[in-house]
Design a protein around this ligand. Structure first.
Ligand code: AMP
Ligand code: MG
Length: 344
């Protein structure tokens, strides 16, 4: 049991974080995507502890964070080259994770016995400062309890991890608010998006038009060449039944008015510019309908808030699958466990 300390980003806080990491402790820290739970990759106790405190299934591998491409090259079988190099040079540091064949510096607990490893250079001063000082890559999954919505502030991490970890570094709210985009080179040389995030389909397409979405991004499937082990688990979910509703302002409004059962505790998540006339239901707003960046920044915070209020039914108006809106849609459809209502 720890008396968990939260410190604002400062040279002193970084030194503390470095000390904890070097001592094999795991800590909460911000990245530009979501807050992570970080430990050194060369200490098996740190890695085991990450799985333990999150309650993470043992077959869901961790992303390894590095501070530069040279560090990444040491963790993989062959140095980054070709189209992956072009993409890495363009989008690192940033919200992009690349799956590559691993070297023997990656132990099997991190990669869950896969031959590959997931690597990212984050655009986060906290993470980069710590990696540069320790000179050790950090394994860091999202800092939430497994299955729950990710943490986008230090307070969210405190809620999930208090007394389980000694230290949380606080650098405010995360810029993106959804986890990194994960890509992999498929066997036929195309770029497969396993998980959409802050680096969008359109961003990748502008570098190479041979890019496609894994079936698992929008569908409940386990049969695909490009698949993340994590997708078989429930994700991002508040308690209560979540429904993703594909509809416009009017059809969503009609749907709510005709389908709400008032014997349940209901809520709806919609856009700030929606104009919906409904009673007996709590309403949350997650941004304007076309402000996908704002939606991504807010969605987990709202889902976590809703989780605390114990709703029975949660109806979410779906965002457009454009830009980072695709990542927001993906998180909602997973939070809904693919319970989708198509109105239009
Ligand atoms: P999180 O760190 O919680 O955001 O989750 C990391 C995601 O990366 C999970 O969905 C993992 O299944 C996925 N992942 C990590 N390593 C690999 C890998 N080697 N191959 C495919 N997916 C991976
Ligand atoms: Mg996660």
């Amino acid at each position: 049991m720890f008396n968990t300390e939260i410190l604002k980003y400062s040279p002193l806080a970084i030194n503390k974080a470095v000390e904890y990491i070097l001592n094999g402790e795991i800590i909460g820290l911000p990245t530009e995507t979501v807050y992570g739970l970080a430990g050194r990759i060369d200490n098996i106790n740190s890695i085991n502890r990450i799985f333990f405190v999150k309650g993470r299934p043992q077959d869901n591998p961790l992303i390894v964070h590095v501070s530069d491409i040279d560090m990444a090259n040491k963790l993989i079988k062959k140095p980054i080259s070709g189209i992956i190099k072009k993409i890495a040079n363009k989008f690192w540091p940033g919200p992009l994770t690349i799956i590559m064949e691993k070297s023997n510096l990656i132990n099997n607990v991190i990669s869950c016995n896969l031959s590959t490893v997931a690597i990212r250079i984050p655009n986060s001063r906290s993470m980069l400062d710590i990696i540069k000082k320790t000179k050790i890559p950090l394994a860091a999954p999202s800092a939430n309890i497994s299955g729950k919505p990710s943490c986008t502030s230090a307070f969210h991490v405190f809620d999930d991890m208090k007394s389980k970890i000694p230290f949380i570094l606080d650098d405010g709210d995360c810029e993106f608010g959804v986890e990194s985009t994960i890509i992999k080179l498929s066997q036929d040389g195309r770029i497969c998006i396993l998980r959409p995030g802050g680096i969008t389909f359109e961003d990748l397409y502008s570098i190479d038009n041979n890019v496609y979405l894994s079936d698992s991004v929008l569908n409940k499937t386990l049969i695909s060449e490009c698949i993340s082990p994590g997708i078989k688990y429930k994700h991002y979910s508040p308690s209560g039944d979540v429904y993703l509703i594909n509809g416009n302002n009017d059809s969503f409004s009609n749907f709510l008015n005709n389908n709400i059962n008032t014997s349940f505790k209901n809520c709806a998540i919609m856009f700030n510019n929606d104009n919906i006339n409904i009673q007996n239901i709590d309403i949350f707003y997650y941004g304007n309908s076309t402000d996908y960046k704002f939606q991504s920044k807010n969605i987990f915070s709202i889902l976590r808030d809703i989780d605390k209020k114990s709703y029975d039914k949660i109806y979410i108006r779906a965002p457009k699958k454009i830009g980072v809106g695709l990542a927001v849609y993906n998180r909602i459809v997973r939070a809904a466990d693919f319970k989708v209502v198509d109105l239009d």
